[in-house]
Write a protein that binds this ligand. Structure first.
Ligand code: IDP
Ligand code: MG
Length: 216
C-alpha cells in the first residue's frame, strides 16, 4: 500500500506544481514570480535553479552585452563626402557610447589584414586600393547588442539592396563605394578592434545618461 501511495502523492504534487507554474505570472526571463506558488519549496529547489542563481546569470549576460563593442569605419568615400558627422550622430542618437576614434590613412598591410577573409575575391585588390586612397575615420562604439544593431543601421553590403533609413541605403550607390564598415560578429569585432586600436587609444567613461538608455 505504501509503495502504491508514495508515487501517487509524488505524482499529484508534481502535477499541482506544474499547473501552478503554468498559470503563475512570470518575469521577462520566464522564471515564476510567486514564491508560494509551489506546494512545497523543496520541489522548487530540486526542479529549478535558485532565483538568486537565475538572476545572477541573467545579470552577468546583460552586463556583458552592455559592454559589447564594435568597430565602425567611415571609408574614404564617406570622409570625402563629409559624412563623418552624420554617421557619428546616428550612433550617438541611438544611444551607443563612443570609446575610441581616429582619422588615419591606413597602410596596405593593415588593410590586407583587416580584409584577410576576402583575399581570394576578385575585387580584393581594388578594395585595398580604394580603402588606401584617402583617410578613414575608425571608431569603437560600445553598448547593448551593438554589433547586431550597427549592422542593421549600416544596411546591406550592396547599397542598391540597402533599405532607406540605413546608412548605405541613404548615402550609397554602388557596392564598391559603400561608405562605411561595421564588424559582422562579436568575435570579428574583437579581432578588428585589436587590429586597429591599442588599449590606451580607447577610453572607458561613465555615461551620465545610462539610466535613461538602459533599465536596472
Ligand atoms: P560588409 O562590408 O557588408 O561586411 P563584406 O562581404 O565583408 O561586406 O565585404 C567587405 C567590403 O568589400 C564591402 O563593404 C565592399 O566595400 C567590398 N565588396 C564586397 N563585395 C564586393 C563586390 O562584389 N564588388 C566590389 N566590392 C565589394
Ligand atoms: Mg564584412
Amino acid at each position: 500500500m505504501v509503495v502504491v501511495m508514495l508515487p501517487r502523492r509524488l505524482f499529484s504534487a508534481f502535477l499541482q506544481a506544474s499547473r501552478r507554474l503554468a498559470t503563475s505570472p512570470t518575469t521577462d526571463g520566464g522564471y515564476p514570480k510567486t514564491e508560494g506558488a509551489w506546494p512545497d519549496d523543496r520541489w522548487r529547489s530540486f526542479l529549478l535553479p535558485s532565483r538568486a542563481h537565475f538572476a545572477s546569470n541573467c545579470n552577468t549576460v546583460v552586463a556583458s552585452r552592455l559592454q559589447e563593442r564594435t568597430l565602425i569605419a567611415v571609408k574614404p568615400d564617406g570622409v570625402q563626402r563629409r559624412l563623418v558627422g552624420e554617421i557619428i550622430q546616428r550612433f550617438e542618437q541611438r544611444g551607443f557610447k563612443l570609446v575610441g576614434m581616429k582619422l588615419i590613412k591606413a597602410s596596405e598591410d593593415l588593410l590586407r589584414e583587416h580584409y584577410i577573409d576576402l583575399k581570394r575575391k576578385p575585387f580584393y585588390p581594388s578594395l585595398i586600393q580604394y580603402m588606401n586612397s584617402g583617410p578613414i575615420v575608425v571608431m569603437v562604439w560600445e553598448g547593448y547588442n551593438v554589433v547586431k544593431t550597427s549592422r542593421l543601421m549600416v544596411g546591406a553590403t550592396d547599397p542598391a539592396e540597402a533599405l532607406p533609413g540605413t546608412i548605405r541605403g541613404d548615402f550609397g550607390m554602388h557596392i564598391s563605394r559603400n561608405v562605411i564598415h561595421a564588424s559582422d560578429s562579436v568575435e570579428v569585432a574583437d579581432r578588428e578592434i585589436g587590429l586597429w586600436f591599442s588599449s590606451i587609444e580607447m577610453t572607458d567613461w561613465e555615461c551620465c545618461t545610462q539610466s535613461n538608455i538602459y533599465s536596472g
